[in-house]
Design a protein around this ligand. Structure first.
Ligand code: ZN
Length: 345
C-alpha cells in the first residue's frame, strides 16, 4: 500500500513540475491574492514618450480598443496612392496597393507593411486583434480564409486609427518606444521572478519605465519557444527586460519593486508555478547593477529572509512570443502568483 501511495505521489509531483500553471489558471488562486485586494500598490505610470495628441474619440478606439461605426471613417473609400500610418506614433502600417474594397464599412488591407502590425488574441476569445507594433495602438482585427483576395487575408482597420500620407509627401518621423532608436540615455534591466506575465505586470506600471518585454534568458538553446522553455530542460528563466529612464527612476528602485512583488525565498518556483524556468534571478548588465542587487539581498537577509535569488551576468535575451507580451494588460486579468508586499523601509 505504501508503495502505491509513493507511486501516486511521484506522478502528482511530476505532473506539477511538467505542467505550466499558466495554461490552467486557478480562479480561486487568482482571487485570493488578486492585486485589487491589496491596497498598497498603485503606481502611476509616467508616460515619458510623447505620442501624438489624440481626440477623445481617437482615444476610445486606439487606447481603449473601441470600434468606430462602419461606413463612417474618412479613409474607408480612400483610393489615392500613398501610405497609411499610425495616428498615435506615425509608424507606417499599410500601403495603398494592399487596400481593397471588402464592403464591410472599414478600410481593408490584405497585407501589412512588414513588421508593422502585431497580432494578439482578442479578449472575446474568437477574433485576432491587430495593434501597431511600435506603440501598441489598437487598429482593428484581422481575418483569414474569407477569399476576398489572393492573399486570403483581411486587415479590418478603424479609419480613425490611421492617417493617410499621399505618395510624394514626406512621412512624419516615427515616435519610437525603442531605446536604440530614440538616442536617449535610457537604461536596461532584466529580472526573473516566476511567471513573466506577473513580473511584467508590476514593472511596466512603475514610473520611469519606458517599455517592457517578456522573454527567456540564461539557457543554452538559441531562440527557444515557450513550449521548449516550459519543459524546464532548456535552462532558461522566464524573464522581463525593462527599459527605463534613469532621470525618473533607478535600477535600485526597480530592483526593490522586483523583490517586493515576488517571494525571493522560493527555489525554482513561484507560487503554483514549479520548475527551474520560474526561478528568481537578476541578470545584471553592469557591475553597478550587480552591487546594488547584492546590497538589497543583504538587507533582506538581515531581516531574516533566506534569499534564493541568483545573480548572473546577462547573456542573450530572447523575446517571447507576441501573445505573452503585455499579457495582463491585454487580457484584463490580474496576476495569480505575484503580489506586492513591502520589504524595504
Ligand atoms: Zn503606433
Amino acid at each position: 500500500m505504501k508503495i502505491l501511495f509513493l507511486i501516486l505521489f511521484c506522478i502528482l509531483i511530476n505532473f506539477q513540475i511538467q505542467g505550466c500553471s499558466k495554461q490552467s489558471l486557478s480562479n480561486n488562486f487568482s482571487e485570493n491574492i488578486n492585486l485589487k485586494h491589496n491596497g498598497e500598490f498603485n503606481p502611476m505610470k509616467i508616460d515619458s514618450i510623447k505620442y501624438n495628441e489624440l481626440t477623445e474619440e481617437e482615444k476610445r478606439v486606439i487606447i481603449n480598443k473601441g470600434t468606430e461605426m462602419p461606413f463612417t471613417g474618412e479613409l474607408n473609400n480612400n483610393k489615392s496612392e500613398g501610405t497609411y500610418i499610425c495616428k498615435r506614433c506615425n509608424a507606417p502600417l499599410y500601403s495603398s496597393k494592399d487596400k481593397f474594397d471588402s464592403g464591410c464599412g472599414w478600410p481593408s488591407f490584405d497585407d501589412e507593411i512588414e513588421g508593422a502590425v502585431k497580432r494578439i488574441p482578442d479578449k472575446d476569445g474568437m477574433r485576432i486583434e491587430i495593434l501597431c507594433n511600435n506603440c501598441d495602438g489598437h487598429l482593428g482585427h484581422v481575418f483569414e480564409g474569407e477569399r476576398f483576395t489572393e492573399k486570403n487575408t483581411r486587415h479590418c482597420v478603424n479609419s480613425i486609427s490611421m492617417k493617410f500620407i499621399p505618395t510624394g509627401e514626406t512621412l512624419p518621423k516615427v515616435i519610437s518606444n525603442k531605446m536604440e532608436s530614440s538616442g536617449s540615455n535610457y537604461q536596461k534591466a532584466i529580472f526573473a521572478s516566476g511567471c513573466f506575465w506577473g513580473t511584467e505586470y508590476f514593472l511596466q506600471k512603475s514610473k520611469g519605465v519606458i517599455s517592457t518585454t517578456v522573454g527567456y534568458i540564461g539557457g543554452w538553446k538559441e531562440n527557444p519557444t515557450y513550449e521548449e522553455v516550459c519543459t524546464g530542460k532548456t535552462g532558461h528563466a522566464e524573464a522581463v527586460e525593462v527599459i527605463f529612464d534613469p532621470s525618473v527612476t533607478s535600477f535600485e528602485e526597480l530592483a526593490k519593486l522586483y523583490f517586493e512583488t515576488h517571494d525571493p525565498t522560493q527555489v525554482n518556483r513561484q507560487g503554483p508555478d514549479i520548475g527551474e524556468q520560474y526561478r528568481s534571478e537578476v541578470f545584471y548588465l553592469d557591475d553597478s547593477q550587480k552591487e546594488i542587487t547584492e546590497k538589497l539581498i543583504k538587507i533582506l537577509e538581515s531581516k531574516g529572509l533566506k534569499v534564493a535569488t541568483k545573480l548572473t551576468k546577462a547573456d542573450k535575451f530572447w523575446n517571447a512570443e507576441n501573445y505573452h507580451q503585455d499579457y495582463y494588460q491585454n487580457n484584463g486579468k490580474s496576476p495569480y502568483c505575484h503580489v506586492y508586499k513591502k520589504k524595504f523601509d
